[in-house]
Design a binder for this molecule. Structure first.
Ligand SMILES: *[C@@H]1O[C@H](CO)[C@@H](O)[C@H](O)[C@H]1NC(C)=O
Ligand SMILES: *[C@@H]1O[C@H](CO)[C@@H](O)[C@H](O)[C@H]1NC(C)=O
Ligand SMILES: *[C@@H]1O[C@H](CO)[C@@H](O)[C@H](O)[C@H]1NC(C)=O
Length: 335
């Protein structure tokens, strides 16, 4: 009998080793493919400008926030964890010497928290030059108090609501010569996504690519809607960070320690993952580019989708986040 168990044990260990080896190989492949962008040439100062980074308290978001702080911006970082936010704030101030950094609580998994946060920004801030929708989660598979899939709400519905609510401030800030910018951090995973029209949700691990596909469609759709409204002083683009080692590895639960070790050692770093987001946020040559998808600091092609799908998704999203037609109209008014 014992030899059967021994053989099972050996097979399990072998399977785990092969899995770890394959994961590391994927990491090395992505590290090689992840081009080093030339961000040194982007020396543009951001003194007097205000930037907001959701999830700017850890991983890639923190790297992006530090870069903005170094270049002199007033930096607002937001996340749902007080302790993480306070630590990140201290770290940014310490490393960059820029004291103009603010942390605010924002839970994108709650429509009311998202509304409260937007209201706070609209009343306390005079301007918003760059909005980086960076916050993203991989799990858990659960429903929120708003009756939406948690991953979909954080990665897409919450971000949609926040972006629309902050649009008036972005419009007020941007000028035709220097439009304000919205940058959505997408993911290659969107290519495996399905649009959850008609509440046709995929749950579990599949909610992630779905949420990123919705986000990618949203970027293009929002750009089209802004352009139709004659608004040229706000641009919106998507940045694909590639597969980088970030806290998102924690989404693997039990295997967190293993996945962290593998990702930390073999995958591109958070700093490398942040490159394209920084490029799309700051590069002066693409000031007027809108509705595009960038990868490795270059224009790239996202998944194709039909206008009909985009319109349906927009309509349903507006319903899910409970935005009235008047409110939407007001946000898109060209004044
Ligand atoms: C940053 O923190 C280090 C270690 O805690 C400290 O020695 C240094 O003086 C701090 N720098 C600034 C600019 O606050
Ligand atoms: C963007 O457009 C504005 C106004 O149309 C123009 O003044 C500016 O030079 C353009 N910027 C770039 C980088 O093309
Ligand atoms: C960014 O996300 C917002 C909110 O989901 C969406 O309205 C917008 O179209 C997206 N923009 C891009 C370029 O993906």
């Amino acid at each position: 009998m014992w030899y059967i168990w021994l053989s099972v044990a050996i097979k399990s260990v072998l399977a785990l080793l092969i899995l770890a080896f394959l994961t590391a190989a994927i990491g090395i492949y992505h590290r090689i493919k992840c081009k080093q962008c030339d961000l040194h040439s982007i020396t543009r100062r951001l003194d007097g400008k205000t930037v907001l980074v959701t999830g700017g308290t850890a991983g890639m978001g923190l790297e992006v926030a530090k870069r903005f702080a170094r270049q002199g911006a007033r930096v607002i970082i937001a996340c749902p964890f007080e302790q993480e936010g306070d630590n990140a704030l201290k770290q940014i101030v310490n490393e960059t010497g820029n004291k103009n950094v603010i942390f605010a609580l924002l839970n994108l998994a709650s429509l009311s928290s998202t509304r409260e946060f937007a209201e706070k920004i609209l009343t306390s801030e005079e301007r918003l030059d760059i909005l980086v929708n960076n916050a993203g989660v991989l799990r858990p598979d659960k429903m929120t108090a708003d009756g939406l899939n948690f991953v979909m709400q954080v990665n897409y519905y919450g971000m949609f609501l926040l972006t629309i609510l902050l649009l008036p401030l972005l419009k007020k800030t941007g000028s035709p010569a220097e439009p304000s910018r919205i940058v959505n951090v997408s993911s290659l995973a969107h290519k495996r996504g399905q649009v959850p029209i008609g509440n046709n949700y995929r749950t579990g691990i599949k909610a992630y690519p779905d949420s990123k596909l919705c986000l990618t469609i949203f970027v293009q759709d929002l750009a089209a809607k802004l352009s139709q409204a004659g608004i040229t002083n706000v641009v919106v683009n998507a940045a694909d960070p590639g597969i980088a080692a970030t806290g998102i590895a924690d989404g693997f639960g039990k295997f967190m320690v293993v996945s962290r070790a593998i990702m930390g050692n073999f995958f591109p770093s958070a700093k490398q993952g942040a490159q394209t987001t920084i490029y799309v946020s700051l590069n002066e040559k693409i000031a007027n580019v809108s509705g595009k998808y960038f990868k490795n600091c270059e224009l790239s092609e996202p998944s194709a989708y039909s206008v009909k799908t985009a319109n349906k998704l927009w309509e349903e999203t507006v319903g899910h986040v409970k935005l009235s037609d008047e409110k939407i109209k007001k946000c898109f008014e060209n004044v």
